[in-house]
Design a protein around this ligand. Structure first.
Ligand SMILES: NC(=O)C1=CN([C@@H]2O[C@H](COP(=O)(O)OP(=O)(O)OC[C@H]3O[C@@H](n4cnc5c(N)ncnc54)[C@H](OP(=O)(O)O)[C@@H]3O)[C@@H](O)[C@H]2O)C=CC1
Ligand SMILES: CC(C)(CO)C(=O)C(=O)O
Length: 329
């Protein structure tokens, strides 16, 4: 399969390396020092078992890549709108585009373009994407495999088991289920713990519960997951905020079965800095819009109390703001 990974950072780099190993014709879209390092030394993937470098075609010019059989978009939420404008040369009328990201995704409301997409703050990205990508080609991706960029050109996957959910794919539109199943099969054959589901939306809420229960607390404490959840106060806050997310999901018509204890055990066993903390430490924007504001705005809209979510959102934003507003000595 001719496949492009748009935004080959932690998640994109991991998927690119695995698909390349699975015999697929991979093009990575990357930029800056990371792109330079990949071109110079190949893309290095460090797993708990080994470290390997592979030569994969990488570019910062999507317009020069050929039309693809599949595209994975793995940029952070703030990068999606700029990416939309440059996707067209990579697409045929049948190319599935898999959007992998944390938080409430722009495609969540794909078939219900009502006021909730605006309330969640997702309409600018949704409008930009739907100018280039056909709704029937949009595949939602929910990622539970912890990865990070250790240095330019070097990506680490911390745990490749499916204990934090693996990679779940599902059609964003009722018309495109087969594409998700086919891609999940190819990913699994390449070594990624991936599966396809008929209904991706409950997976979005489950992952949101996991993220909201870990990202903000890690930003506030700067602790990796295994340290964070040794602390009983963090465990309690996680459980309280996750209950709020479950209630918001239910008010949105999505009744999820979420095992709070099992997800805590899984998180507590991984020495990973959540991507939100990685962003804080790297001086990048945090994904507070899709992860915190979107569910909070929907909670207000539906009249669901979410005081813990509100508090964590405000504290997280204050911590991010403090990066650029340090007292001068
Ligand atoms: N890391 C993790 O463990 C997990 C992350 N996720 C989610 O997956 C998504 C991706 O996260 P992650 O991989 O960690 O993010 P990264 O920041 O590591 O990777 C995104 C990459 O895309 C690059 N990029 C952005 N825009 C462009 C562009 N226009 N052209 C070329 N390159 C571009 C970025 O470059 P630059 O750095 O220069 O901006 C960066 O290298 C996020 O939504 C995240 O929340 C989900 C589960 C786990
Ligand atoms: C580690 C994981 C999978 C869950 O917190 C994640 O989504 C992240 O780092 O943002």
């Amino acid at each position: 399969m001719k496949v492009c990974i748009y935004g080959a950072g932690a998640i994109g780099g991991y998927l690119g390396a695995r698909l390349h190993g699975g015999g697929h014709d991979v093009t990575l879209i990357a930029r800056g020092a990371h792109l330079d390092a990949i071109r110079r030394n190949g893309l290095t993937l460090r797993t708990p078992h080994d470290t390997r470098s592979v030569q994969i075609h990488a570019t910062d010019r999507p317009a020069q890549a050929e039309p693809q059989e599949a595209v994975f978009v793995t940029v952070k939420a703030s990068g999606l709108e700029p990416v939309a404008a440059s996707l067209a040369p990579l697409l045929t009328p049948r190319t599935p585009v898999v959007f992998i990201g944390n938080g409430l995704p722009w495609w969540y409301f794909l078939e219900r373009r009502d006021e909730e997409v605006k309330i969640a703050g997702l309409s600018p990205v949704a409008d930009a994407m739907l100018r280039v990508v056909r709704p029937e080609n949009v595949v939602g991706g929910v990622m539970g495999i912890p990865c990070s960029v250790l240095e330019p050109g070097v990506v680490q996957v911390q745990d490749e088991s499916a204990k934090m959910g693996g990679l779940v794919l599902g059609a964003a539109s009722a018309r495109s289920n087969q594409q998700a199943a086919e891609l999940a099969r190819r990913l699994s054959e390449s070594g990624v713990p991936a599966r396809a589901v008929d209904d991706i939306r409950p997976e979005v809420w489950k992952k949101l519960a996991a993220n909201v229960g870990s990202g903000p607390l890690s930003v506030l404490t700067q602790a990796p997951l295994n340290v964070l959840f040794r602390n009983p106060y963090c465990c309690r806050l996680r459980m309280l905020v996750q209950r709020e997310i479950i209630a918001i999901a239910a008010a949105m018509g999505c009744h999820i079965e979420y095992d709070v204890k099992k997800s805590l055990q899984a998180a507590a066993s991984v020495r990973h800095l959540p991507s939100m903390l990685q962003d804080l430490l790297a001086g990048r924007p945090l994904e507070t819009g899709v992860l915190l504001d979107a569910p909070l705005n929907l909670a207000r809209h539906k009249g669901v109390p979410a005081p813990i979510l509100e508090m964590l959102a405000e504290l997280t934003k204050t911590r991010a703001l403090a990066r650029s507003d340090q007292p001068q000595h």
